[in-house]
Design a protein around this ligand. Structure first.
Ligand code: ADP
Ligand code: MG
Length: 394
């Protein structure tokens, strides 16, 4: 944020005008206008599927077939290739990070930098530069550790340093806090504010509306590929923003009665992961959504893993229907009807080289979809088709 001068007073870094984008399924952006000023944190909000990521991928040069006009620093520009965006100082941090897990923090940061004079840099230089960049941003990151050994927050910060080391003038963060804890979030906000104070324009996408009021100067609300509002954050409050987002008053949802009338779906008894979680007793009824809240390290993930048989040392019991025990592995839990959507879906839950159908059918591989070790393809197509229909998955 820029205290002396409102961001609007300066020339815009970015103007997107009348942006359209079609996929084979139809149009998803219907003439979107979006602008960003130096030093501004501009939040882009909207429900799932509203078009936020697509708009930012247009800016990243990922979709050469967009319609409308983009200007960077007032100059019209064709964004037909990711290099066009990079060359103009646009850096995007996606929900799914683009780091090389086996490489160290320093090496990943170096991937974002221009090579040295003869295109060569020594290992020492790579470390030095990374350390300098990290220090300049006032961050705390170990340069020699492979990023796969860092938590989500550390990976996030590595992405930011990588983007900033390219001298990005526009930084887009697509749901950066989705998997961060409270303190990690605060640290990220501080970094975002520092970057803005240094003149970087930040586009901040988040589902957490409270965050918008904490970091953003201005908000653009997208609904079904259309801009429904552009407002300074100071002109909005939480209920109003929620209403803009969904297109109706949210008042009724807040007073919802808890649905505890259903039959018991799952019962946890004395479920323990030694040293990490429990003992926990918990009943979850059919039709009920139960939130497990706690600080990082309080045992939420360990407990979830224990329920599906991923914690060898777990003790206690899980009861579903007439069965009670501890699943020996996630496959057994799945047979009992207990599934885990892992924290890091990209690594733990999906096989990215495989199709949507194959992934959807993955947990069912031992059941009716297989016959003597072979996958029944036609049956799989039918079951997956039904599921996709029911979940409205594209
Ligand atoms: P948001 O980021 O706001 O959740 P997206 O930009 O991801 O929304 O999606 C906007 C719409 O475009 C959705 O209907 C989505 O299904 C569709 N969409 C996104 N990416 C693709 C793609 N690669 N192919 C086809 N449709 C897509
Ligand atoms: Mg998105």
């Amino acid at each position: 944020m820029n205290a002396q001068r409102p961001p609007e007073a300066s020339a815009p870094l970015l103007q997107m005008e009348g942006i359209t984008k079609d996929f084979s399924g139809g149009r998803v952006l219907f003439g979107v206008d979006f602008s960003l000023h130096p030093g501004e944190v501009h939040a882009l909000v909207g429900q799932n599927g509203a078009g936020k990521s697509t708009l930012m991928k247009v800016l990243a040069g990922v979709y050469p077939d967009y319609g409308g006009q983009v200007r960077l620093g007032g100059e019209p520009i064709d964004l037909r290739d990711p290099r066009d965006a990079l060359e103009h100082g646009v850096a995007i941090i996606y929900q799914e990070f683009a780091l090389v897990p086996e490489m160290t923090v320093a090496e990943n940061i170096a991937l974002g930098q221009e090579p040295g004079e003869r295109g060569l840099v020594s290992h020492g230089q790579i470390r030095e530069r990374a350390a300098a960049e990290i220090a300049r941003l006032g961050l705390d990151l170990p340069v020699d550790v492979p990023v796969k050994q860092l938590g989500v927050a550390g990976q996030q910060l590595t992405e930011i340093v990588k983007a900033i080391s390219r001298r990005a003038r526009i930084l887009v963060m697509d749901e950066p806090t989705a998997r961060l804890s409270g303190t990690e979030r605060e640290k990220l906000f501080e970094t975002v504010r520092d970057l803005a104070a240094a003149g970087v324009g930040v586009v901040y996408i988040s589902h957490f509306l409270e965050e918008i009021f904490e970091v953003a100067d201005r908000v653009t609300v997208l609904r079904d590929g259309n801009v429904v509002a552009v407002e300074p954050t100071s002109a909005l409050d939480l209920p109003r923003l929620a209403q803009l987002l969904v297109g109706r008053d949210m008042g009724t949802a807040a007073g919802r009665e808890p649905t505890v009338q259903g039959a018991t779906g799952v019962e946890l008894r004395g479920l323990t992961v030694p040293g990490r979680a429990g003992p926990v007793d918990l009943d979850v009824r059919a039709g009920e959504i139960v939130g497990l809240a706690g600080l990082v390290g309080s045992g939420r993930t360990s407990l979830a893993r224990a329920i599906v048989g991923m914690e060898r040392s777990a003790a206690g019991s899980v009861a579903v229907g007439s069965w009670s025990g501890l699943p020996a592995h996630p496959g057994e839990a799945a047979e009992r009807g207990i599934l885990l959507l892992a924290e890091d879906r990209k690594r733990q839950g999906l096989v990215l080289q495989r199709t949507v159908s194959e992934n959807v059918a993955l947990t069912a591989l031992r059941s009716s979809l297989t016959h003597r070790g072979f996958v029944r393809l036609r049956e799989r197509a039918r079951v997956v088709g039904e599921l996709i229909e029911r979940l409205r998955l594209v």
